[in-house]
Ligand binder design. Structure first.
Ligand SMILES: C[S@@+](CC[C@H](N)C(=O)[O-])C[C@H]1O[C@@H](n2cnc3c(N)ncnc32)[C@H](O)[C@@H]1O
Length: 300
């Protein structure tokens, strides 16, 4: 534990207050054994703010109506942005080869809306866009991709579109050469592919920020629930279920089974990948998408 964390002092009762507040606002859950990890990440923010105790910082986050910028810093500090291109591709292949053809034959001319809900620096939605492009989908059907993350720093990186070697550990070299240009500091994504994606900041725990996106036909919410409490997962998943059209398809990572939670989704294998499916509910009309996405925020 760095010395400054100790000097700030955090009695168990105050730790629980801070931890529960963080969980409520971000979904991220630190069990007691991981308390040091949480305090180590937050200690520099407490000190930068000029406080001498975590409890004062807790009061700021909890009660100060001007704490928006502080919450932004908390999200950046706690965000784990480990990701890479072509990760868990069986699910993306199922989207491209099975769900997209199914969507356009059931709802000809209706846009297929895809949301990458915790996209970190963008490798996941860009992999989806590359895979769709490889199959020629953008030339023959309307497809909209939204990508969001709660960390402003992550979305800033995604908008920059400059990636280092570690992001390419699974991407076939031919695709890297086709969609990226090497420059000082890394590889830059082709601007036209990046522009296919609407990037924005959105917190899965804040319904007004994500409700319109949850009306997507397909949601990728991968490798974020591993950091969430069960209650936070339930909250996010039930929001998806309520607002997705039917059929609606939810992909989580292989390590993040939702089967222990009661959700309305049916667990199915589609095209060799596992997916949670929202089937048509009794009395509900078949729907392509429930709401329009706002078109703001498309970055060139
Ligand atoms: C490990 S990355 C996952 C990236 C990508 N989905 C993948 O599977 O490779 C986890 C991301 O979840 C984001 N995150 C954490 N809490 C979040 C929340 N409440 N709402 C939205 N994103 C969140 C983090 O900022 C981080 O970028």
């Amino acid at each position: 534990m760095p010395f400054y964390t100790e000097s700030l002092g955090l009695p168990d009762s105050a730790f629980a207050l801070l931890r529960d507040l963080i969980r409520e606002r971000t979904g991220l859950f630190y069990e007691n054994e991981k308390g040091d990890l949480l305090t180590d990440k937050l200690a520099p923010l407490v000190i930068d703010r000029g406080f001498t105790s975590f409890l004062d910082y807790y009061y700021l986050l909890k009660y100060d109506s001007d704490s928006g910028e502080d919450w932004k810093r908390v999200m950046d500090a706690l965000s784990v942005q480990e990701t890479y291109f072509w990760r868990e591709m069986d699910q993306i292949r199922a989207l491209v080869d099975v769900l997209a053809p199914r969507h356009f034959s059931t709802f000809p001319g209706k846009p297929l809306r895809i949301w990458s809900a915790a996209c970190a620096s963008g490798e996941e939605p860009l992999s989806i866009a590359m895979a769709l492009s490889e199959r020629g989908w953008f030339d023959r059907a309307p497809i909209e991709i939204a990508a969001t993350d709660a960390s402003a720093r992550a979305i800033e990186k995604a908008r920059q579109g400059l990636y280092r070697e570690r992001s390419f550990r699974a991407l076939p070299a031919g695709l890297r050469d086709k969609y990226f240009t090497q420059e000082q500091g890394g590889w830059r994504i082709a601007p036209e592919l990046r522009a296919r994606i609407k990037w924005s900041i959105a917190n899965l725990m804040t319904e007004p920020e994500v409700a319109h996106l949850a009306a997507s036909n397909v949601i990728f919410c991968r490798n974020v629930f591993i950091y969430f409490s069960d209650d936070s997962i339930r909250k996010a998943v039930s929001l998806f279920f309520r607002l997705m059209p039917s059929p609606g398809y939810l992909f989580v990572a292989a390590s993040e089974s939702l089967l222990r939670l009661t959700t309305g989704f049916e667990f199915e294998e589609i095209g060799g990948a596992f997916v949670y499916v929202k089937r048509q509910q009794a009395g509900e009309p078949h729907s392509a998408a429930k709401a329009e996405w706002p078109m703001a925020d498309r970055q060139q």
